[in-house]
Design a protein around this ligand. Structure first.
Ligand code: FES
Length: 330
């Protein structure tokens, strides 16, 4: 069987979860059932143990079953393993300067406040997409984001979110991979304060429960909501959970602002916070960014003003304004 070129991140994530469940004693994959019912059993098994599978995921599963001998479950597991590249692990968190698509470091003071566009960079490894958000109030003034204690509803443990950075301490960065089942932008995205302000017009693109819960939680500086199943997070309070089904906050990326150059750096993650969904550790992944220098490990290193990095950078991508089509964006 030919190795596919690149699997989409969602498919990798799905495969990893499926393999994990197939190997787990509590969710044992029944070989006899698989032999008698074939792919329908696999579809039902995946749906029950991993989550809803739509038509494209069904086709994806059908595709990977081609060539598998239905004589053994081991065969299926081997093929699934083959499609899932092994994880590699970094020794420590790299320091990456955040640059624009031309490779120029972005300036924190020029990052728009309450920007409804989806701004993403990858950190610490390829595919680890992360929101970059400059939080403001309903009038568009930047708000200082103080350090906060964040609770993980899943286990009651706590960790500290260090707060915002930049000239107004208003810039934050959170994983853009939903902690429930891994939906990514545009399904999960940031709703700025001017779109969800208390007493404002009810935003018809947000489910009423999420809006009510956000108002009750006093999430007045906007929210992050996932359209897949309704999880809502508070970006002002370390992306803590406002509504489930997620039971984990979004992990944050620690930023550093160099006040001399106004450049922003992604410098680490909190190992006490939940792990990026689908990873065994925040330091593990399938591939490093092409700008990562394996020899140096991208240590703490600041650029001079107007200096362009040749390595150790992460590119900020603009994935567009999800509200534009709904008339809610600015
Ligand atoms: S993936 Fe289910 S709420 Fe986001």
């Amino acid at each position: 069987m030919d190795k596919p070129f690149v699997l989409k991140r969602e498919d990798l994530l799905f495969l990893r979860k499926l393999l994990y469940k197939m190997r787990s004693p509590g969710t044992k994959f029944d070989e006899k059932e698989f032999l008698s019912k074939g792919k329908e059993y696999l579809f039902n098994y995946a749906e029950k143990n991993v989550g809803p599978i739509d038509e494209s995921r069904r086709n994806f599963l059908k595709g990977i079953l081609v060539g598998i001998s239905l004589l053994s479950v081991g065969g299926a597991i081997r093929v699934l393993n083959y499609l899932t590249p092994p994880e590699i692990t970094l020794k420590s968190f790299p320091w990456f300067v955040i640059v624009d698509s031309n490779g120029q470091p972005i300036k924190a003071s020029q990052l728009p406040v309450n920007n409804p566009e989806i701004l993403l960079f990858q950190y610490p490894m390829q595919g680890d997409i992360t929101f970059l958000i400059n939080l403001g109030d309903a009038n568009g003034n930047p708000v200082e984001v103080p350090p906060t204690e964040v609770v993980i509803p899943e286990n009651g443990k706590k960790y500290t979110f260090p707060g915002g950075v930049g000239p107004n301490k208003s810039i934050v960065a959170y994983s853009a991979i939903c902690q429930h089942l891994g939906c990514i932008p545009p399904e999960i995205h940031f709703y700025p304060a001017n779109l969800v302000k208390p007493g404002g017009t009810f935003p018809d693109f947000l489910p009423p429960e999420a809006y009510q819960a956000a108002m009750q939680a006093k999430a007045i500086y906007g929210l992050i909501h996932c359209d897949c199943h309704g999880s809502t997070y508070d970006p002002y309070k370390g992306a803590s959970v406002i509504t489930g089904p997620t039971v984990r906050p979004l992990p944050y990326v620690q930023l550093y602002w160099d006040s001399n150059t106004d450049y922003l750096y992604a410098i680490g993650m909190n190992l006490k916070a939940p792990v990026i969904l689908g990873r065994s550790s925040d330091l593990s992944g399938y591939a490093t960014l092409s700008s990562y220098n394996e020899q140096t490990g991208c240590p703490q290193q600041l650029l001079e003003s107007n200096e362009t990095p040749s390595e150790c950078y992460t590119i900020l991508q603009n994935n567009g304004n999800p509200f534009a089509a709904q008339g809610g964006g600015s």
